[in-house]
Design a protein around this ligand. Structure first.
Ligand SMILES: O=c1[nH]c(=O)c2[nH]c(=O)[nH]c2[nH]1
Length: 297
């Protein structure tokens, strides 16, 4: 007899925008937030699959409406707090729901500078980088949160090496002591499980601080390190984030190695464009290296 061994369902791609208006300035200063939310619920929902029993189905439309109402009635910044409030709501409200998974992708709206002044209500998208939160409320356990960043595209034009790697008859790659290093940063830091919403609220200032710190560590080590490999540089980033925030138990990075190939132009009038003479390179779309790590305390 087959049985449901895992099931969750919900609403994905719930797009939410919220404005905060500070009326104490003239004109009022607006701060805007935009996010894409996914809510997935688990619990005693098997019979909706096996017996067409919808009596235990919280409609995915209800999840969307709940997301809007929760955003209206609560802060959406930091997104970790909003995710915790929203996920806790579902297990508090529905006794047959045991786990609520809330995923938040926060998009960038950076304030414009106009005539050297921060503009009160105009913003621009300064890149594809996203701030991420996965907040999961589990009945009887608490709220687990992973914060992160993704799609942060970076490049350094020197200060990266890759040599002394394993060589055999399948190895074509030459060693290099000076290469271009480019990646799209996807990083996360998992917080030790919060006992409940109050525990999240108590630490609310830590989330934005740690986001800023993790980003700063990523930038600084990427830039300053004489990188011997993607592996070693990402490990050092993890170590520093763990050292910077005692409530973080695990840090993970997933880094594509976006290759830039030298182009030999010597066939054209002996043009020198390799080694120390290399100036024009061919950026590669694919294939790319992909290096992942999780470092735990
Ligand atoms: O930093 C790197 N790590 C690798 O594992 C690898 N493999 C490769 O071909 N180039 C690189 N670079």
């Amino acid at each position: 007899m087959p049985k449901v061994s895992a099931a969750r369902y919900g609403k994905d791609n719930i797009r939410v925008y919220k404005v905060h208006r500070d009326e104490s300035t003239n004109p009022p200063t607006h701060t805007v937030y935009e996010m894409t939310v996914c809510v997935l619920l688990e619990g005693e929902i098997e019979t909706s699959y096996t017996e067409a029993d919808n009596s235990n189905v919280v409609a995915t439309d209800t999840m969307k409406q709940t997301t809007y109402i929760t955003a209206k009635q609560n802060p959406v910044n930091p997104p970790e707090l909003f995710g915790a409030i929203l996920s806790q709501h579902f297990i508090d409200t529905y006794k047959h729901i045991s786990v609520a998974h809330v995923n938040i992708i926060q998009h960038r709206w950076t304030r414009m500078e106009v005539d050297g002044q921060p503009h009160p209500h105009s913003f621009y998208r300064d890149g594809a980088e996203k701030r991420l939160v996965q907040a999961d409320a589990t009945r009887g356990t608490g709220i687990s949160i992973r914060s992160g960043i993704s799609d942060l595209l970076v490049l350094k034009s020197t200060g990266s090496m890759f040599h002394s790697f394993y060589r055999n008859e399948y190895t074509a790659l030459p060693e290099t002591w000076d290469r271009i290093l480019s990646t799209s940063v996807d990083a996360g830091w998992k917080w030790s499980t919060f006992s409940g919403l109050e525990a999240v609220q108590k630490e609310v200032t830590q989330f934005n601080e740690t986001h800023i710190k993790a980003r700063e560590i990523t930038f600084r080590l990427f830039a300053v390190e004489e990188s011997p490999s993607v592996q070693n540089t990402m490990y050092k980033m993890c170590e520093e984030i763990l050292a910077a925030q005692s409530m973080v138990t695990d840090v993970d990075y997933s880094l594509p190695n976006k290759h830039y190939f030298e182009i030999d132009l010597s066939w054209h009038k002996g043009l020198k464009n390799t080694g120390k003479d290399a100036e024009v390179y061919a950026p590669q779309s694919d294939p790319n290296g992909l290096i992942k790590v999780t470092v735990s305390r």
